[in-house]
Design a binder for this molecule. Sequence first.
Ligand code: KG4
Ligand code: ZN
Length: 343
Amino acid sequence: MNVTLLAIESSCDETSASILENGIILSNVVASQKVHEQYGGVVPELASRAHLVNIIPVIEEAFNLSRINRKQLNAIAFTAGPGLIGSLMVGSSFAKSLALAWNIRLISVHHMQAHVLANFIVSRDDVKQNTIHKPAFPFLCLTVSGGHTQIVLAADYLDMKIVGETNDDAAGEAFDKTAKLLGLPYPGGPLIDTYAKAGDPKRFSFPEPKVPGLDFSFSGLKTSILYFLRDQVKENPDFIRGNLNDICASVQSRIASILINKLEMAALQFGINEIAIAGGVSANSGLRKEAQLRSEKNNWNLYIPRLEYCTDNAAMIAMVGYYKYIAGDFASLDAAPQARMEW
Ligand code: KG4
Ligand code: ZN
């Protein structure tokens, strides 16, 4: 079966397009929106407007890099949710219009399933260099992004179940909200990662929440960081500036240990040692290192996508699109995006 598809991702603040041919990613173009930095978070209306501006150049670039002609396409996959509704509407309206105009199949994709399947992305370079490294089923995936924190049990490409998730904030929010308290711009996660590299993770200690089972909670950690900073700044107004690296390293180390402790618990509970990590926070170097250490201790086979496939990208949407195409799971032209979306 020949499958050549265009995938579009627009769930939050990255506009992205990717071309896939028979399971191989030929191009993956991402335009990140800088406009939100000054507001300390994503402004939904500005995100929708920026998607409208970016979407055509991004798709054109994806075609150019892939050297695929639009007449070769037999499907178009788009992120249907979850995400910001205005952002999702730009990508989905665009995908539907192209499917109608070009008379090709339409495939609706769940953004969080796509993060999990980022572990299956194979690029042209991977094929050339023979660097293909994919999890075997069943595997567990810790999916950590700006809006979600989940442990997913994947029985097959399209057969996934959430076995643990956050009761309140997502891990990405814990990073971003801490960064805001430290006076850093949005998104703060990558900045905390950078400062943490020069810091001592044992300098300050923050509590590990006691949440039953495989679920998470990050709101208590956020409050304890808030009170800690407030008390320290009262005594020394220069506390944050003088200790930024150590604060970042200590917070990052606690977030990573909360995540990996639960992942370890899930691995034991299900007796699975095929372990993957995905989502924007999986780009975090502290989390990657902790996962590596724990995988050596537990004999896991560990899979983490390359950095460019951790944060939002259309290549992961293309992967879900590919497996849905093979399964014959197509969307109709009246498909509508959903801000909250069931699996
Ligand atoms: O998956 P993603 O790109 O978008 C969503 O679906 O939410 O994840 C974005 C989140 C943001 O909270 C961002 O701060 C966080 O991922 N992030 C990081 C790093 N890179 C991105 N957090 C910590 N360290 C990083 N290196
Ligand atoms: Zn995402």
